[in-house]
Design a binder for this molecule. Structure first.
Ligand code: MN
Length: 134
């Protein structure tokens, strides 16, 4: 089973907290600090899930999502927004942009684990997945 999760997060401590936690629970992680090269990295690492910080140094998480959607392979991978922003507008925008979930920081680790587990169980067939509500 594919256990690879790509975490796009520019804050090293935030990344390490998530990566250590997910590793303890049997996953492997890769990290990108910026968004621009996301598609080539997704082709190389083939994650089953992407956790995407919305506030990145180069382009926004919404722009990252656009890049992912333009590529036939990366477009199939579910993406969870992870953001410090709690505005309802951003959450609605995330839904419009095709995110599969939305989590606010500080991340509730138990909630994160259940989301990650549900996508791992669903495998690549995201069309069969109905467990996550925006
Ligand atoms: Mn950030």
């Amino acid at each position: 089973m594919n256990k690879m999760i790509l975490i796009i997060e520019d804050n090293r401590l935030n990344y390490k907290l998530l990566a250590d936690f997910l590793t303890v629970h049997g996953y492997t992680t890769k990290n990108l600090h910026r968004g621009l090269n996301v598609v080539s990295c997704v082709h190389e690492w083939r994650p089953f899930l992407i956790l995407l910080d919305i506030q990145l140094p180069d382009i926004s998480g919404f722009d990252v999502m656009e890049l992912l959607k333009q590529d036939p392979f990366s477009a199939t991978i579910p993406v969870i927004a992870v953001t410090a922003c709690v505005h309802a507008e951003e959450q609605h925008l995330a839904k419009d942009k095709g995110f599969h979930g939305y989590m606010t920081k500080p991340v509730d680790m138990n909630a994160m684990l259940s989301i990650v587990n549900s996508f791992a169980d669903a495998g690549q067939d995201v069309s069969s997945h109905h467990g996550i509500k925006l």
